[in-house]
Design a protein. Sequence first.
Length: 199
Amino acid sequence: MAPESPGDLHDAAEIDEILTLRTLLLTDEEKREARATDPRAARILDRVETMPPEILTRLHGAIRSLEPAPAPSAPVTRPVAPAGRAVWWQEGADDGLSPATDTVLVDGTPVRGGSRVRLRPRGRGADAQDMFLVGRTAEVAAVLHDVDGSVHLAVTLDDDPAAELNSWYGRYHHFRPDEVEPLGPLADGPGRGRPDGCP
């Protein structure tokens, strides 16, 4: 229950704000019907209609703390993600990432957008639909970094008649690096992925 919530509406700050504003938008006739139908609805309407602006402003939400505040004499340290980058919620955490040109080593071979791979989804822990793609070949469109530091490859199937359309829309299959087998060295240029390299 959010401490900013003044009563039993939803008790979660931002959602209370939305419900309060929606309640204020009811027509006079709708408000009369609600008051006549349910005593709890009448109490909510009365509270919402008489809510002071400072209480309504508090419903917009509050940031408690994303990380503990350091003691005044302690140096401020920037949290670090497993991959050596700033944690995902901090500004600039994704600086330097480029899905179309980033590379990842797979069995000692650098793989990036334009690389060709054979799909080898793991038997356990793999998506059931991915198991239909075992042995198929694909082109890597992007190397994607997840917020937990893991890496995924966005790929399009070589024999998919809609591959170009899916690339244009940014619809890909996603595999971990250990679920693909590189089919040769890096390609010399971008493949059929979107020009911005974004999935």
